[in-house]
Design a protein. Structure first.
Ligand SMILES: Cc1ncc(COP(=O)(O)O)c(C=O)c1O
Length: 449
């Protein structure tokens, strides 16, 4: 941050005025600046002790500082499509604008009728059975509904099975809900597929549910139906609620087909999460939905809890809700981006080829989503602290990545990369990463010799 600028972008001097009682015209002169007698520090809640969200963490804070100093950063840290020229469909934007005058009031806490009806029809296309309007909730993105669903379910000490690596919101909200995230292994040697034996070995009397992220963030993997079926069987056997996070269900490459987990049973209670953020390139609209399916007769109390929490936050952003019906119907422009020759698919291929050409870097090729989760061979890159490593990479290259431990991966030997920038920027970014890794290898080889 330049020296003349203080917090909140205010000039340094203005910041001092605000803190020290600069005379305001028309108001009586205030006395000496007020100071707390004991200067007691204000601490964050201990509930945050196990909360981690490094996609927007210290590396991003440093990148912001560097930007304030005038440096240009290539941001490969977050799946935010619009800044890279992936526009939301025009018809969706227009319909939202047209409905803005009808959006000033709170809506029903579950959301507006037209959007929920469109989501209901979508569940019918996906083969999810017996979903009524009442089973559909709209939220401020999937994130809002994920927090509601976990808070309504978990008592202190209850366990939720969460994948490892994960999209870290799941681990964070589980902890914040008072629950304990228990991580099950997605096995890189098997193409990052969930390890069913590992899941089974981690189920205890306190296990309430299992989170399945498919297509997966951060690995970009799509799970085969046989694995999904085994997860459903486990959930049935141990009476677990399934949380199916499917926000990338239309971002699929190489002709891959996604199966909605909820379509595989009519009995297991399944909460499915989706949104306009990724498939419709509208992260900022904050428009998401949750579908409750399966046997709801055993979950009336849980559903009452969900309704209470949905009511307490009144409703989701109403302009964003108006975008949902238009998005889900009609032409699906995401298909133009993921097909052969499409921009996303081309960038996936470039990123995969360039990264895996770097010595000591390997990667399962993503079949879906916007990410890769490459491995840095610890023999070649003996990294001790991956957050420090990627902070150093940012400073040296002006390329921002997120370290693997930011996704609750237990070892400092992976990172996540977003392949959203245009081809020229993507190539430039990976070339800089390659140069940084080369200098690390050289330094390490010298220190070993
Ligand atoms: C797997 C996964 N789930 C949920 C979300 C949250 O999405 P939303 O923008 O709908 O809140 C994300 C965002 O990146 C994600 O990757």
């Amino acid at each position: 941050m330049p020296r003349s600028v203080g917090p909140g972008g205010l000039p340094q001097r203005a910041h001092l005025w605000l803190n020290e009682g600069f005379p305001t015209p028309g108001l009586p002169l205030r006395g000496a600046p007020h100071r707390c007698p004991a200067m007691k520090t204000i601490q964050k809640s201990s509930k945050l002790a196990h909360v981690l969200y490094d996609i927007r963490g210290p590396i991003m804070d440093r990148a912001k500082q560097m930007e304030d100093e005038g440096q240009k950063i290539i941001k490969l840290n977050i799946g935010n499509l619009a800044p890279f020229g992936f526009d939301a469909p025009e018809e969706v934007q227009q319909d939202m604008i047209r409905n803005l005058p009808n959006s000033a009031g709170y809506s029903d806490s579950k959301g507006i009728f037209a959007a929920r009806k469109a989501v209901m029809h979508y569940t019918q296309q996906q083969g999810i059975k017996a979903v009524t309007l009442d089973d559909i909730y709209l939220g401020n993105g999937a994130s809002d509904l994920i927090a509601i669903a976990t808070n309504a379910l978990l008592d202190n000490g209850d366990e939720l099975l969460v994948p490892m690596p994960d999209y870290p919101l799941w681990t964070a909200v589980t902890s914040l809900s008072g629950g304990s995230p228990v991580h099950y292994l997605c096995d890189e040697s098997q193409g990052w597929i969930p390890d069913i034996d590992d899941i089974r070995s981690k189920i205890t009397p306190r296990t309430k549910g299992i989170v399945v992220i498919n297509p997966n963030n951060p690995t970009g993997v799509l799970y085969p139906d046989s694995v999904l079926q085994q997860i459903v069987e486990l959930a049935r056997e141990f009476n677990l609620v399934i949380f199916a996070d499917e926000v990338y269900d239309k971002v699929l490459y190489d002709g891959a087909k996604h199966t909605a987990l909820a379509s595989l049973s009519t009995d297991v209670l399944t909460l499915t999460f989706n949104s306009l953020s990724k498939s419709y390139r509208a992260c900022g609209y904050r428009a998401g939905w949750m579908i409750i399916s399966g046997d709801k007769s055993c979950a009336t109390d849980y559903i009452e809890g969900i309704n209470m929490l949905a009511n307490m936050r009144l409703c989701a952003n109403v302009p964003g809700q108006w975008a949902i019906q238009t998005a889900l119907g009609g032409y699906q422009s995401i298909n133009d981006l993921v097909c052969e020759g499409g921009r996303l698919r081309r960038q996936r291929d470039i990123a995969y080829e360039m990264l895996t050409a770097i010595p000591g870097v390997s990667c399962v090729k993503p079949q879906a989503a916007l990410y890769m989760f490459p491995r840095l061979d610890p023999e070649v890159y003996p990294i001790q602290d991956d957050r420090v490593f990627f902070l150093q990479m940012l400073e040296a290259t002006r390329v921002m990545l997120v370290q693997g431990t930011g996704f609750n991966w237990p070892r400092p030997d992976h990172f996540r990369m977003v392949f959203l920038p245009h081809e020229t920027d993507l190539r430039e970014a990976i070339n800089r990463i390659a140069t940084f890794l080369e200098s690390y290898r050289n330094k390490h080889a010298r220190s070993v010799a």
